[in-house]
Design a protein around this ligand. Structure first.
Ligand code: SAM
Ligand code: SF4
Length: 500
């Protein structure tokens, strides 16, 4: 039998602080102009754009400059196969120029699935009576982290929470402390979680300050759909999430609260993907204009089947694989220096292709049932997951596949611990100097992981990559060589968490 998981009205009704929305609005108007976006995607709709015009836009991306929304609308119209391949190649080249051949990995960690909201596409929605509710206690969090850090070898997590008094800000802060406190022994050294990014509901400035003080990396909130009519259809108005603007201005509040790295996203498949893509660009432009820094990461989850979801297979806005690939390449071209995350919602084949289109972050060995890392069998049986995963590759298998494609897996978490966040990291990325630190830290952390966790096959495939990277450091960054070699030798002897 289900326990009553209804939250008290006194809690629900005090979540939204309207003054923390209005103060950012422009004479009561938000920054998503629905009609303007619809008009832009209708210009020359169905007509292939002039190749010269497309190439001029690609050249702008290659110079690491943001695209305008009109330029994005032109790229959306490209359907010619050869031109799409040029776009893909440019997207990949842009990523290589800014981020080199590095891919950052992480794991999602779901701490609770209680939720007061009724998002019609999510398995955790309040009305889904088949969902068994759970929130992890301190000991259970420790057990999960012991597997994540001690057995799989993760160093970065994205923690995920529903919206409910049981997973409120006090719980979030305590759970972050617990996660950071777990130290595990490994084959040749030790490991712990060094960076926790947070995917949680939108909070007030005061609550966001507390979350920031707990030492987080990126704070993520996805708008789901930027299209107001669809938003209202998916999120009943009498729920907290039913307030479009409370969510839309969350990143303004996060930055005001001192969180430098914010992650935005849209759940592709709820409405016309072209609209959502344009709106994501409007969102990054707004953050840049009003707060001086764009989004640190952009996410583009694609809607997956979930228990009790209202989305049926004939839903008109489901995104095909071809369109999904186009979305990824256009995001890379539109915001050349922004991190892009493709999650294990997608199948392995799509994720491998995504790497060749400029994504920078991927999860692996992912479990999205509550308690799913330490007790897979019970968690699966009890049906506590939000949706169904498409890529169930282990971290070892993902790293091996990436290495075979020439990509180094980075576990670097130096950024927020030595102040390379927000505007600082964005400026380094734009100017192409970020690689100076990141390549060094990528090699150090990759070597750590290989020594502590890799299978023999993965080690064999990856070691030549490390040697190649070290050679590149010798040639391109000789002034850092001495200190790098000193750190590298210490890592090989079992010292851990050294970074530059
Ligand atoms: N409860 C918080 C919220 O809604 O912002 C954060 C956690 S929620 C579990 C994380 C994200 O999962 C949502 O923002 C949404 O984009 C995504 N999501 C929800 N249902 C999904 C589905 N059926 N398929 C794919 N992604 C989904
Ligand atoms: Fe709750 Fe988030 Fe799921 Fe909506 S998407 S029902 S807010 S967990």
């Amino acid at each position: 039998m289900q326990v009553d998981h209804t939250a008290p009205a006194s809690w629900v009704n005090t979540r939204i602080k309207q003054d923390e929305v209005f103060k950012y609005m422009d004479h009561g108007r938000d920054f998503i102009p629905d009609d303007e976006i619809e008009a832009k995607i209708r210009v020359d709709e169905g007509k292939e754009p002039d190749p010269q015009q497309v190439r001029a836009i690609l050249a702008k991306s290659m110079a690491i400059k943001d695209l305008t929304t009109d330029e994005v609308a032109v790229l959306i119209r490209v359907n010619d196969k050869a031109m799409l391949e040029e776009m893909r190649q440019t997207a990949f080249n842009v990523k290589q120029k800014v981020y080199d051949n590095r891919i950052v990995t992480f794991a999602p960690f779901y701490l609770g699935n209680y939720c007061v909201n009724r998002c019609s596409y999510c398995g955790f929605n309040h009305d889904n009576d088949t969902c068994k509710r759970k929130v992890l206690n301190d000991e259970e969090i420790r057990h999960e982290v012991e597997v994540l850090a001690g057995k799989i070898g993760h160093k970065r997590l994205i923690v995920v929470y529903g919206e409910h008094p049981k997973n409120d800000v006090d719980y979030i802060v305590e759970s972050l402390k617990t996660i950071y406190s777990v130290k595990t022994k490994t084959r040749n050294g030790t490991n712990s979680i060094r960076r926790v990014n947070v995917n949680a509901p939108p909070f007030s400035i005061a609550d966001l300050k507390r979350i920031n003080e707990a030492g987080i990396g990126t704070y993520q909130v996805f708008q789901e759909t930027y299209h107001k009519k669809t938003y209202a259809r998916m999120h009943p108005v009498n729920t907290i999430k039913g307030n479009y603007n409370w969510r839309l201005y969350c990143m303004h509040r996060a930055m005001e609260a001192g969180i430098d790295d914010v992650g935005i996203g849209a759940l592709f498949g709820l409405y016309d993907w072209r609209f959502e893509l344009m709106a994501l660009v409007y969102h990054t432009q707004e953050l840049e204009k009003r707060l001086g820094i764009g989004a640190h990461t952009v996410s583009f989850p694609r809607l997956q089947p979930a228990l009790n979801s209202i989305i049926t297979p004939d839903w008109p806005y489901l995104v095909s694989d071809e369109d999904f690939k186009k979305i990824m390449m256009i995001i890379r071209l539109a915001v050349p220096y922004t991190g892009m995350i493709v999650t294990a919602r997608e199948k392995a084949e799509i994720r491998n292709e995504a790497v060749m289109m400029g994504v920078t972050q991927m999860d692996a060995s992912s479990r999205i049932e509550i308690g799913g890392y330490s007790d897979v069998v019970t968690a699966q049986k009890e049906n506590k997951q939000q949706f169904i995963l498409g890529d169930t590759r282990s971290l070892d298998a993902l790293i091996r596949d990436l290495a075979a494609m020439g990509h180094v897996t980075s576990f670097c978490t130096a950024g927020y611990r030595c102040g390379r966040t927000g505007k600082c990291i964005m400026d380094l990325l734009r100017s192409g100097t970020e690689g100076k630190f990141c390549k060094l830290n990528a090699v150090l952390t990759f070597q750590e992981w290989l020594d502590d966790f890799a299978s023999d096959d993965t080690k064999r495939l990856s070691q030549p990559l490390i040697d190649r990277e070290i050679n590149e450091i010798k040639q391109k960054n000789p002034q850092a060589l001495d200190i790098f070699i000193n750190y590298y030798e210490r890592v090989k002897k079992g010292e851990r968490d050294l970074y530059l």
